[in-house]
Design a protein around this ligand. Structure first.
Ligand SMILES: *Cc1c(COP(=O)(O)O)cnc(C)c1O
Length: 354
């Protein structure tokens, strides 16, 4: 793939890397590539980060044909590394298939990422807990109002230096179990990382926030009985010494952090069951003291302890609202691998020298 590079004439002033928050600042450049059914993927370029012209009838604006990925690059002594980037590409292509968007090539994906990140290398923060968040996304871009699979698409990569996802840091979060709205149903788009899923989730998130909760925990869309996942995280529970996480039924997003945690936990000798977990069983385990720890997993927060579960007017405290021992160990192991401080036995990181 040939990437045309147009460098920014004036570089932006970098933010204070100790006060980054999440997704508020963007680097100097972005990657853009076009697709048409006639030409396939073409015209790869890196340009100064800027507004993008979009036709008022563009498919994405009307029918929400959009998919995205979320991944991170971490600064190392001689460059940077990315965590399992080809897993993101694989998932992006699964999302693309679901929304009738074109698939993207793996080698081109890696080349686009490394060319862009290397160019904006100085934007990778090096404070503990920080990283460069990478947001690849694709939009359907036909300039007509008919509802049909698109013939034109655009693919972008933008970069954002980030600190901790939650203002609370690694403190336990308060979660409300949602019993009105649902995020996804089987046969729908739950397993795809597409914008529409988030649009559908906002109302419940807003209600939960107004009541003092950080996020909602979704139940399945049909029976509203089985645990699915948290806002942008999968969930895991340690019950009576074993680990349980909702199985991937099609309405749950197949998280790469989830997959990695399962592999690590099994290598530590834990029994991990991917299964249906009913909310009643979970709350019973909470009440009789068998639920030892609960945490969310996702690229943004990595591993996030859950301290409160609220359901049907009742608040259930987990592990005394403290970070559980295993949650902490898992966080340390995974972030250790990602930051290059723990041996990467499984070759998960793609290392790039700068
Ligand atoms: C992205 C996402 C996750 C976490 O996936 P990771 O690959 O671990 O970052 C979980 N749930 C939803 C709904 C998501 O969008």
């Amino acid at each position: 793939m040939e990437i045309k590079i147009e460098k920014a004439k004036v570089l932006k002033q970098k933010p204070d890397f100790t006060k980054l928050g999440f997704g508020k600042y963007f680097t100097d450049h972005m990657f853009v590539m076009d697709y048409s059914s006639k030409e396939g993927w073409h015209d790869a370029k890196i340009v100064p980060f800027d507004y993008i012209p979009v036709h008022p009838a563009s498919t994405v604006l009307h029918y929400g044909v959009e998919i995205f990925e979320g991944m991170k690059a971490y600064k190392t002594a001689d460059g940077y590394q990315m965590f399992r980037p080809l897993e993101n590409l694989k998932r992006m292509n699964d999302s693309a298939e679901r929304l009738c968007l074109p698939e993207f090539d793996g080698d081109d994906f890696i080349e686009a990422l490394t060319t862009l990140i290397t160019l904006d290398y100085d934007w990778i923060p090096d404070q503990p807990g920080t990283s460069l968040y990478i947001r690849p996304f694709m939009i359907g871009n036909d300039e007509a109002l008919g509802v049909h699979p698109v013939h034109n698409a655009k693919f972008f990569i933008i970069l954002s230096p980030v600190g901790n996802y939650y203002a609370e840091g690694l403190n336990p979060v308060k979660i409300s179990i949602e019993n009105q709205d649902v995020r996804a149903v089987r046969g729908g788009t739950g397993y795809a990382k597409c914008g529409g899923n988030y649009a559908a989730s906002l109302r419940a998130g807003k209600r939960a926030e107004e009541m003092g909760f950080t996020q909602v925990l979704w139940l399945d869309g049909v029976e509203r009985k089985y645990i699915e996942e948290v806002g942008a995280m999968n969930v895991m529970f340690k019950i009576d010494g074993e680990i349980y996480t909702p199985e991937l039924t099609g309405s749950v997003l197949p998280g790469i952090t989830r997959k990695s945690c399962i592999e690590i936990l099994r290598s530590w000798g834990y029994k991990v069951s991917e299964t249906l977990i009913s909310v009643d069983d979970l709350l019973e385990a909470t009440e009789n003291g068998k639920l030892e720890e609960a945490w969310g997993t996702g690229t943004a927060a990595v591993v996030s302890p859950i301290g409160h579960l609220f359901y049907d007017g009742k608040d259930h405290v987990i592990s005394n609202n403290q970070i559980g021992e295993l949650t902490q160990k898992l966080y340390d192991e995974l972030t250790g691998i990602q930051w290059g401080k723990v041996e990467d036995k499984r070759n998960w990181c793609l290392k790039v020298k700068v």
